[in-house]
Design a protein around this ligand. Sequence first.
Ligand code: ATP
Length: 294
Amino acid sequence: MKWLEIEAYAKVNLGLAVLSRRSDGYHEIDTVLHTISLSDRIRLEGPMRSWSLETTGLEVPSDEGNLALRAGRKLEELEGCPPFRIRLEKRIPVAAGLGGGSSDAAAVLRGAEELFGLEVGRRRLEEIALGLGSDVPFLVRGGAARGRGRGERLSDLPVLEGAWLVLATPRTAVSSAKGYEHARIGLTRSERLIRLSCSAIREGRAGELPPLLHNDLEAGVVSFCPDVAAARAALSEAGARGVVMSGSGPTVLGLARGEEEARGIVSRLKGRDFEINVARPTRGGSRITGRSGA
Ligand code: ATP
C-alpha cells in the first residue's frame, strides 16, 4: 500500500464582479483569486478494495456529500483510478467563502494522480475539476489568477509575494447559493475595479490594491448577515490597509504589509467574536508534504 500527504490551501477573492445570471443557473463572474497558506491536511492511502473517508477537526460531511470523496470517485469513473482511503484534517472554516471543500477536491485530484502515476495532465485535471465545482479548476492550479465564466476561465497573474492577510470569519455559515441570491448584478464600476486590480497585480503595483478591493456579493450578504459589516469595520479600525469579503462570505479579509503589521491587527482584534487567521499568499493550490518510499 502507498500513501501521500498533501496540504490543500484555501483561496480568497480579492475582487468579485457578478456580470449576469445565466440560463443554466450559474452566474457569469469576473474575479481575482489567490490561494493562501491556511490549509486542510489530507492523507491518501491505497489502492484499497473500496472507498473510505475519515475526517477530524471541523465538522464536514463524511459521506458521499464530501467533495474530497467525490473527487476520488470521479477519477475512478473517468480515469480508472483505484479506490483509496482519504483522511481529512479539516481546518479551513466551512461555508466561509474560502473554498475549503473545493480545495480538498483539487488536492485529492492532484494527490491521486501523483500517488498512482495516472498521468492525467493539468488540462484534463482542470476539466475533471470543473465537474466538481466552479472554484476547483483554479484550486488545481493555485497561485493568483483572474477567473471569468463561472470562474473557470483562468488567466494567471503574478503571485502577491510580499502580502500578508488577516482573515476575520463570523461564526455564521453562508451557503454560496444564498450569497448569490442577493447579488448586485452588472455594475459597470465593479468590472472596472476588477480590471484595475488585475493591472495593478500584473504590473507589480500591489500597493494600489486596497481601494480597488470589491465584491458584488458583499452588500447582499450583509443584509442577512450583519456580522460581515462588523468584521469589515473591525479589520479597518484595527489597521488593515484594504478590506473585502471573500467569495460568498462571510469571511472578510484585511491586507497587511508584512508580518508585524498583520500581528498588530490580530492583537487589536482580541476579544471580538470572529475566527481570526493570518495567512500568506501561496504559489500553488496544494503542496505534497510526504509520501511512502520518498
Ligand atoms: P463555496 O463558495 O465553494 O461554497 P465555501 O468556502 O463557502 O466555498 P466550503 O467550505 O467549501 O464553502 O463548504 C461548502 C459546503 O460544502 C458546506 O456546506 C459543506 O457541508 C460541504 N462540503 C462538502 N465537502 C466538504 C469539504 N471537504 N470541506 C468543506 N465543506 C465541504
